[in-house]
Design a protein around this ligand. Structure first.
Ligand code: NAP
Length: 263
C-alpha cells in the first residue's frame, strides 16, 4: 500500500528513543521529512544520524523539552523554516512516575498534566495553523491503554492521559472540515528501554532474573508477549497517511488484546 507520505513534513516528539524513535524510523522509511525532538541533545543527534543511515531519509534533530511552551514554538518554527510547513505531528513525551492515590500530591498532578496534556495541547495549537493553510494534516497523540482501562499504581498517567483523549476528540470534530484528522494511539506493554528499566528494577527488588520478569509481563497479555515499538509505529504511519483520510476522532489501542472493554 502506498501511504502517500513522500515529502510530507512530520514532527515526532520524544523521538530519540523507544516508541517515538520507532515512529520516526517508520515515517522516514516512507520518505517523509522527519523532525525529531527530545531533551538530551547528544542522544537526539545520535538518533538522527542513525535514522538517516538506516532509512536514507531526511531527518532533522531539534532539542526541545515538551514541558516548555517556548521550546515547542521554536521546534515548529524550525520545521517550517527548513521544510516550509508541518503535515504530520506525533505528540509524545516521557511518562509520569508511578504513584497511588493516597500518596499523590497536587503538585505531582500538575507536573503530569504539563508533561502529557499541556505538551499535546501546545504542540497541537502550534502545528494546526500550518495544516489549515494546506487543507491537510494528521495529528496523532500518544497515550496508553490506561485511557481505556486505568492501570493500578499509575494514577498520574491514568488522569492526565484521559484528558488528552478529550482534547484530541474535540479537535477532530472542529478540524475535520479542514482536511485535518486527529487520533489517539494507546499502546499496551511495548518492549522499549523504559519498560526494560522498570522490569530490571522489579527483578532487582524481587531478586529474580530479568528474563523471568519480562516473560511474566508478556504472559498477562492475550498475545502472550509484549509488543515491539515497530508494531505501534506501523499503526501511527497508517494514521499519518493519505490512506487514513476518513479515520478521525478515534482512540486505537495497540496492545495485543490487553484491554478487555468492548470499545
Ligand atoms: N513503552 C510502553 O510500553 C508504553 C506503554 C504505554 C505508554 N507509554 C508511554 O509512551 C511514552 C514513550 O514511552 P517509551 O517507552 O518510548 O519511553 P522512552 O524509551 O523512555 O522514550 C521517551 C522519549 O521521550 C523523550 N522525552 C521524555 N521526556 C521528554 C520531554 N519532557 N520533552 C521532550 N522529550 C521527552 C525522551 O528523550 P529525552 O529523555 O532525551 O527527552 C525519549 O526520546 C511515555 O509517555 C510512556 O509513558 C509507553
Amino acid at each position: 500500500m502506498d501511504l502517500g507520505l513522500k515529502d510530507r513534513v512530520a514532527i515526532v516528539t520524544g523521538g530519540s528513543m523507544g516508541l517515538g524513535r520507532a515512529v520516526a524510523r517508520e515515517l522516514a522509511r516512507e520518505r517523509a521529512r522527519v523532525v525529531i525532538a527530545a531533551r538530551n541533545e547528544q542522544r537526539l543527534q545520535r538518533a538522527a544520524e542513525e535514522l538517516r543511515r538506516e532509512t536514507g531519509g531526511n531527518v532533522l534533530a531539534v532539542r526541545a523539552d515538551m514541558t516548555r511552551a517556548d521550546d515547542i514554538r521554536a521546534l515548529v518554527e524550525q520545521a517550517v523554516d527548513r521544510w516550509g510547513g508541518v503535515d504530520v505531528a506525533f505528540a509524545n513525551a516521557g511518562g509520569p512516575p508511578g504513584t497511588r492515590y493516597e500518596s499523590t500530591s497536587p503538585e505531582q498532578v500538575e507536573r503530569a498534566v504539563e508533561l502529557n496534556l499541556m505538551s499535546t495541547v501546545r504542540l497541537a495549537q502550534e502545528v494546526t495553523p500550518h495544516m489549515r493553510q494546506k487543507g491537510w494534516g494528521r495529528f496523532i497523540a500518544l497515550t496508553s491503554v490506561s485511557v481505556k482501562q486505568p492501570l493500578p499504581g499509575l494514577i498520574l498517567s491514568n488522569t492526565a492521559r484521559a484528558a488528552v483523549v478529550g482534547w484530541v476528540k474535540t479537535m477532530a470534530t472542529e478540524l475535520a472540515p479542514h482536511g485535518i484528522t486527529c487520533n489517539v494511539v494507546a499502546p499496551g506493554y511495548m518492549h522499549t528501554g523504559r519498560v526494560e528499566d522498570l522490569a530490571a528494577e522489579r527483578a532487582e527488588h524481587e531478586q529474580r532474573p530479568l528474563a523471568e520478569v519480562l516473560d511474566e509481563m508478556g504472559k498477562r497479555i492475550p498475545a502472550g508477549r509484549m509488543g515491539n515499538p515497530e508494531e505501534l509505529a506501523a499503526v501511527v504511519a497508517f494514521l499519518a497517511s493519505e490512506r487514513a483520510s476518513y479515520v478521525t476522532g478515534t482512540t486505537i489501542q495497540v496492545d495485543g488484546g490487553y484491554v478487555q472493554g468492548l470499545l
